[in-house]
Write a protein that binds this ligand. Structure first.
Ligand SMILES: Cc1cc2nc3c(=O)[nH]c(=O)nc-3n(C[C@H](O)[C@H](O)[C@H](O)COP(=O)(O)OP(=O)(O)OC[C@H]3O[C@@H](n4cnc5c(N)ncnc54)[C@H](O)[C@@H]3O)c2cc1C
Ligand code: FES
Length: 485
C-alpha cells in the first residue's frame, strides 16, 4: 500500500541472513521501535544484528501519520486515575523527552527529514467533550499545556488543549540516516526463538540478549500477549489543494479526526475501529469529511494500518516474561509509537547495558492495574468466546450465488462454512473462515478486500495470504468450492 512515506522510500536494501552468527544483541523487527533500539545499542558499543521479515520499516511505521508528540489524545485524566501521579508523570516525561531526543538526533546528524516544530492540539468541536479537566491533568503531569479557543480554522473548534512545541517529520527519511554501520538482514523472518538462538530459514543468530520489536510479539509461548493485545485499524488521506494549516490537530470526540500538514499535503485521518469490525464505510466517511472541510482539495493518496493496543493503554516495554530475563519486548504503542519507540529504545538500552531508565515502571510488561485492565481483559475474552462461538454454532447467512462482484460473504458448502469472495471478473475464491491463530471466525473488510480477525487482528487477503500477524499461517483455500452454488 503506497503511503506518503514509502512511495519514494529512501531506505537501502539489505541481504537475507544466509549464515550462523553470534552477537551481543539480536533485534527482531525493523520498524521504528527495532531500528531505534538497534541504533541506540550499537551506539553504546554492542554488537547488534537486526532481523527484518520483509523490508525495513514496511510495517506500521510506513503507514503512520508521523506526529512526534507527547499529546496522545484524551489520556491525562485516565492516566492519573488508573496509575496515580507518580507513574502517570513517568509516561508524560518519557514521551516529552523522546520528542526532544528526535530533535537532538536530527540536529546532531544533520538529518534531512523535514522535521518541523508544531503545536499539538486536542480539540473539542462545538458539541464535543469539555476539556477543562483534561487540561488540569495535563498540567499536573508536567505537560507544556495551555487551554485555548483557536479561531480561523477550516473546521469548527470550541476549545483545545495545546501542547506547545511538538513536531512532525518524515519517518523513513529519519530512519535512513540511522542505518549506516548497523548489521541488518532483510527478508529474514524469524521463525522461532529457543533460548538464546534466533532462527531464520537461512541461519541462526545466537545472542546474549534478544529484543522482540515485531509489532505484535512473535513468541506466543510466554508473556500471554495474545490475551493482552488487540489491534485497531485507522485510515488516512493525503490531500492536495487544501488551505494552509499550522499545528497538529486531534478531535477529542468519538470521530477522532486527525489533521496536519506535511509539505504540500494535508493529512486527514480517522474512522478508527477494532480490527474485524469494519462496516465497509471507513474510507467513505473520511472522504465525506474531506469534502465537507476542504471542498477544493483533491485526494492524492489513501492508506490504512493498525496498531496494537494494550489492556491499560500504555505500551509494554521491558522484560518479555519473568521466566526469560534475556528476552525483551516493545509493543502496544496504541497509535503513538513514534515517541513511544524512542522511549522503548531508551528503556531497553538502559536495561541491556545495566543502566537505569527513570521511567521504566509505567511501561513494565509485567504490570497489572486491575482498575485499568479488567474491563478490557473481559472485553477481549468476550470477543474470543463470540468469535469461536459464531464459527461453531451460527449458520452461514449467505448463498454464494448472491455475492456480488467485488464483495464477499460467509457461505456453506458440504456442511462447512467458508469465506467466499467474488472477484470483479466473476471468479469465486473460498477460504477457511477460521483464523489460524486461535480459531475465531473472520469478518470481511470491504474497504480493504480482506478477511480480518476481531479477536487479535490477524488479516488475510481473499486468496488466504496472510497480511498481518499474530497468525503465523495463511488461510487454507478451498480450491474445490464450486463456482456455481
Ligand atoms: C494509521 C496510524 C497512524 C499513526 N500515527 C501516529 C502518529 O501520528 N504518531 C505516533 O507517534 N504514532 C502513530 N502511529 C503509531 C506508530 O506508527 C506505530 O506505533 C509504530 O510505527 C510501530 O512501530 P513498530 O516498530 O512497533 O512496528 P512496525 O513498524 O510494524 O515494525 C515491526 C516490524 O517487525 C517485522 N516483523 C514482524 N514479525 C517478524 C518476524 N517474525 N521476524 C522478523 N521481523 C518481523 C515486520 O515486518 C515489521 O517491519 C500510527 C499508527 C497507525 C496505524
Ligand atoms: S484468533 Fe487471534 S488473531 Fe484471530
Amino acid at each position: 500500500m503506497q503511503t506518503l512515506w514509502n512511495r519514494t522510500s529512501p531506505l537501502p536494501a539489505y541481504p537475507r541472513l544466509e549464515e550462523n552468527l553470534h552477537s551481543d544483541v539480536a533485534v527482531v523487527g525493523g520498524g521504528m521501535a527495532g531500528i531505534l533500539t538497534a541504533y541506540a545499542l550499537h551506539a553504546r558499543g554492542l554488537r547488534v544484528v537486526l532481523l527484518e521479515a520483509d523490508r525495513l520499516a514496511s510495517g506500521v511505521t510506513a503507514h503512520t501519520t508521523a506526529k512526534l508528540s507527547a499529546q496522545h489524545g484524551m489520556f491525562c485524566e485516565r492516566l492519573l486515575r488508573d496509575f496515580g501521579l507518580h507513574l502517570a508523570r513517568q509516561y508524560m516525561r518519557a514521551n516529552l523527552d523522546a520528542v526532544e531526543q528526535f530533535r537532538a538526533l536530527v540536529r546532531e546528524k544533520n538529518i534531512n527529514c523535514d522535521l518541523c516544530d508544531e503545536d499539538a492540539y486536542l480539540y473539542a468541536a462545538p458539541n464535543g467533550p469539555n476539556l477543562a479537566r483534561e487540561y488540569e491533568c495535563a498540567l499536573l503531569l508536567g505537560a507544556p499545556a495551555r487551554l485555548t479557543r483557536p479561531e480561523g480554522l477550516p473546521f469548527p473548534v470550541r476549545e483545545a488543549v495545546c501542547f506547545e512545541r511538538q513536531a512532525r517529520f518524515s519517518p523513513l527519511r529519519f530512519l535512513a540516516a540511522l542505518l549506516p554501520g548497523l548489521t541488518i538482514y532483510e527478508r529474514s523472518p524469524v521463525r522461532d526463538i529457543r533460548g538464546h538462538a534466533v532462527r531464520c530459514d537461512g541461519g541462526t543468530v545466537t545472542a546474549e540478549q534478544i529484543v522482540v520489536a515485531t509489532h505484535f510479539p512473535m513468541l506466543e509461548r510466554c508473556g500471554l500477549y495474545g490475551l493482552r493485545l488487540r489491534q485497531e485499524r485507522s485510515y488516512l488521506l493525503a490531500l492536495t489543494g487544501a488551505p494552509p494549516l499550522s499545528g497538529m490537530w486531534l478531535d477529542a470526540g468519538a470521530a477522532g479526526w486527525s489533521l496536519q500538514r506535511s509539505g504540500r499535503y494535508l493529512l486527514l485521518g480517522g474512522s478508527a475501529h477494532r480490527c474485524g469490525e469494519n462496516r465497509g464505510e471507513s474510507y467513505d466517511a473520511l472522504r465525506a469529511q474531506a469534502r465537507r472541510l476542504f471542498p477544493a482539495a483533491r485526494e492524492a493518496l489513501a492508506w490504512s494500518s493498525q496498531d496494537c493496543m494494550t489492556l491499560d493503554g500504555v505500551p509494554y516495554i521491558g522484560p518479555y516474561a519473568s521466566s526469560a530475563p534475556f528476552l525483551h519486548v516493545a509493543t502496544g504503542f496504541g497509535r503513538w509509537g513514534m515517541s513511544g519507540s524512542m522511549a522503548a529504545a531508551n528503556l531497553l538500552t538502559a536495561q541491556l547495558t545495566g543502566g537505569r531508565y527513570p521511567y521504566a515502571d509505567i511501561f513494565s510488561p509485567q504490570r497489572f492495574f486491575p482498575s485499568a485492565s479488567i474491563s478490557a481483559f473481559l472485553e477481549g475474552a468476550g470477543y474470543a468466546v463470540r468469535g469461536i462461538g459464531r464459527r461453531l454454532f451460527v449458520p452461514a447467512q449467505t448463498a454464494a450465488r448472491d455475492i456480488a462482484r467485488g464483495h464477499a460473504g460467509i457461505a456453506a458448502w458440504q456442511g462447512k462454512k467458508y469465506g467466499v469472495y467474488r472477484h470483479t471478473d466473476g471468479t469465486l475464491y473460498a477460504v477457511d473462515i477460521a483464523c489460524p491463530h486461535h480459531g475465531c471466525e473472520l469478518t470481511w473488510n470491504d474497504d480493504e478486500k480482506s478477511w480480518d480477525c476481531p479477536c487479535h487482528g490477524s488479516r488475510f487477503d481473499y486468496t488466504g495470504r496472510r497480511l498481518a500477524e499474530p497468525s503465523k499461517a495463511a488461510l487454507r483455500p478451498c480450491t474445490d468450492f464450486p463456482q456455481e452454488v
